[in-house]
Design a protein around this ligand. Sequence first.
Ligand code: PMP
Length: 364
Amino acid sequence: SQDRVFNFAAGPATLPENVLLRAQSELYNWRGSGMSVMEMSHRGKEFLSIIQKAESDLRTLLAIPPEYSVLFLQGGATTQFAAIPLNLVSSDDTADYIVTGSWGDKAFKEAQKFCKPKVIWSGKSEKYTKIPSFHDLDQNPDAGFLHICANETIHGVEFKDYPTPKNKNGILIADMSSNFCSKPVDVSKFGVIYAGAQKNVGPSGVTIVIIRKDLIGNAQGVTPVMLDYKIHDENNSLYNTPPCYGIYMCGLVFEDLLEQGGLKEVEKKNKRKGELLYNAIDESNGFYRCPVDKSVRSLMNVPFTLEKSELEAEFIKEAAKEKMVQLKGHRSVGGMRASIYNAMPLAGVEKLVAFMKDFQARHA
Ligand code: PMP
């Protein structure tokens, strides 16, 4: 609608307009219950129907096999950086980390407190613009798992395919926070997939964990109860009070994604948006630049710089005047970043591209 901006923020990020309007219409009195979702007991039949529907729709969307549990947790993806080693290995065990950006690095650093992880590949010296070729990876056969960040939100680097884990249990783990539900994924390739909701599927406060059931139940003795997958699995994510309203919002987003035709259709739209924006950058004769290797450019987060870097502040200011906001790059890399998650309409990317061309014509 006219009073909304195109919000290119990396997260919390834009949500589908129809989902917001639906939530608005249900806010005061959820489906005749006489109360809002925020006021419901998490053990009442109304909320149980909400969380069960959310799980079942997510299972449909990602074709999650029955031998996997779906958990709705709190603490953000950052909490999972600790929960993963605490639940899956002992403190003496090693684990392999591929570090393709800041988030993978943070996951590795947190794991150092709970096991003996090793970085088997890092893109840091090339400023996190690459994904390694998988057969060159020096995986440790004794590692408890192999960890990747499927999409690096800050650097805009995305795995288009996944390495085969060669550790003793054959476990691959992925932080999918910033590309969760942006395309179909073969869940059976992973031991654990985890994601904070606040980019593609809902508000902040919900963290989704999809875990193969046989990996549950081996947490280290010191594991806090809130980080123990077994506790949450046994209690269907209702061991303590869950983030009820956030789970409800995720459920509305899942319904919306199914109505769009599922993740294959969603991926098609995301590819179209990504192509449009990357083409505009690549066809600008160097006026705009994206440093990321073409084959691994993220369809969700598009970082770019201006050749005339002194114009960047002006670019961001003028874009904001035209209702395109949050285009400033992460403070660690500078430049610009356009996050174009599922809920960013094609019209938003078209408007940005038109603005970029106009800005170039005025400043080239
Ligand atoms: N991993 C990735 C890929 C992220 O983008 C983020 C948040 N930007 C995090 C982890 C941390 O998530 P949270 O803030 O939910 O802890």
